[in-house]
Design a protein around this ligand. Structure first.
Ligand code: MN
Length: 439
């Protein structure tokens, strides 16, 4: 069995001596313990590894120097304290799990280390977050049947869902260099577009800029080139998850995407939330997985008992918009849509297995995004192109503004959380990005 089973770190009644971790609304109770990379705001110091706990960060380098880690977990703690998590991610499941257990025991109420570790905390409000790891490669899947159908109908009215969709986890190799961490601001992309009625394309700033609410999954331990990660082993290679915004230039996409898929429409910026929620922390929120009865069953290489029993994930998702005007007037961001990871037509394990089945080597830190995670209802459409039916039906905001696509100064915020009876609620923090005027 490769999906984590529940252990003492998941106990719902566990409390921390860090008071803010016991708040009902915190994303980071002691049952979460996500890893990230941070430094003090305004500092030029290198980023370093930390663990979110309530509204604080446990500085792993300081905790190591304070001598709280035994020799059994010291190598893992040392790797997790580095600027990038890749070496820790490459250590594998036993190392990740042992460090999580130690951190849980050190941070829980009554721990002897409280006095020592209090001085190793940094307020999240005083910290600047960096990318948690070096991302060697990034792949974007297309795992929501609802999104694929909605957007397919706009791009190809007569042929929305292509015949391969229900057989293959569809994806394309994306661009890793432009993935930034929450707080990212980037210029509106420029490129070639062609209106259907125009004879020749024009060149200029994108006019149909969009977000895509997705989840990201980080590969931990990789595989050698020429080898496959079987569906039975796939979960052992998954380190954790984040929120992901796959910013998309729809007018550029419409002109360039055939025959080889998105290129400049997707390579200018993508935004991740800064904390990696480990697969072990997500263990209480696994769900059964099956395709609808009338759809083809996945081929045997994408099928396992465990994947059917617990391959899915129940993660509530939400996307919000704050325009420049709203920000100036101090108005709160407005919710645009809610959805859930359970709508994914493929599990993360199936995506990883399919990715490697031809012999592709995955590396520690590789990021697989799910694709826009739209649900079946119109209120669960997770991109502007779906929410506005390709720009035909503008969204009316409470302050009187309207939007078909995103405008300069707009900030898009994605949030996610897991809640279930009998488990402590855990959250993903925030994934926020802002559009600047075109260069
Ligand atoms: Mn996407």
């Amino acid at each position: 069995m490769s999906i984590y089973t529940l252990n003492e770190t998941h106990a719902p009644n566990l409390k921390s001596w860090v008071d803010s971790a016991n708040s009902e609304t915190t994303d980071f109770p002691i049952q979460n313990l996500p890893f990230g990379s941070f430094r003090l705001k305004g500092s030029n110091a290198p980023f370093r590894g930390g663990v979110a706990i309530g509204d604080q960060i446990l500085d792993l380098s300081k905790a190591i120097n304070a001598g709280v880690f035994g020799t059994d977990v010291l190598p893992a703690a040392t790797a997790a304290a580095e600027e990038k998590l890749n070496r820790f991610m490459d250590m594998g499941k036993d190392a990740w799990s042992a460090l999580r257990l130690t951190l849980s025991r050190l941070l829980r109420e009554g721990a002897l280390a409280e006095d020592i570790l209090t001085s190793c905390l940094v307020a999240q409000s005083d910290a600047e977050m960096g990318n948690p790891c070096h991302i060697p490669d990034y792949t974007d899947f297309y795992a929501s049947l609802h999104h694929a159908t909605n957007i397919g109908a706009l791009f190809r009215p007569n042929n929305p869902l292509l015949p391969n969709y229900k057989w293959i986890p569809i994806g394309y190799h994306g661009r890793a260099s432009s993935i930034g961490v929450s707080g990212q601001a980037f210029p509106r992309p420029t490129g070639q577009t062609k209106a259907p009625e125009a004879e020749v394309p024009s060149f200029g700033p994108c006019k149909r800029l969009d977000f895509e609410l997705e989840m990201g999954a980080f590969v931990g331990k990789g595989n050698a080139i020429g080898t496959q990660v079987s569906i039975e082993d796939a979960e052992d290679h998954l380190f954790g998850m984040c929120l992901f915004n796959d910013w998309s230039a729809r007018d550029i996409q419409g002109w360039e995407y055939q025959p080889l898929g998105p290129f400049l429409a997707k390579n200018f910026a993508s935004t991740i939330s800064p904390w990696i929620i480990t697969m072990e922390a997500l263990a209480p929120f696994r769900t059964s997985f099956a395709h609808p009865a009338d759809d083809p069953a996945p081929l045997p290489y994408l099928t396992s008992t465990e994947n059917s029993e617990k391959g899915g994930l129940d993660i509530d998702l939400e996307v919000l918009l704050q325009t420049a005007k709203m920000r100036e007037e101090g108005a709160a961001p407005v919710p645009l849509a809610t959805s859930n990871m359970k709508y994914s037509y493929w599990t993360i394990a199936q995506m990883l297995t399919h990715h490697t089945v031809g012999g592709c080597n995955m590396q520690a830190g590789d990021l697989m995004a799910t694709g826009t995670m739209s649900g079946p209802d119109a209120s669960e459409a997770c991109a502007m192109i779906e929410l506005t039916t390709g720009g035909k039906n503008p969204i009316h905001l409470p302050d009187g503004e309207t939007r078909t696509f995103l405008e300069d100064g707009d900030t898009v915020i994605i949030r996610g959380a897991c809640a279930r009876a009998g488990a402590a609620r855990i959250g993903f923090g925030i994934c926020e990005g802002t559009i600047l005027p075109a260069v």
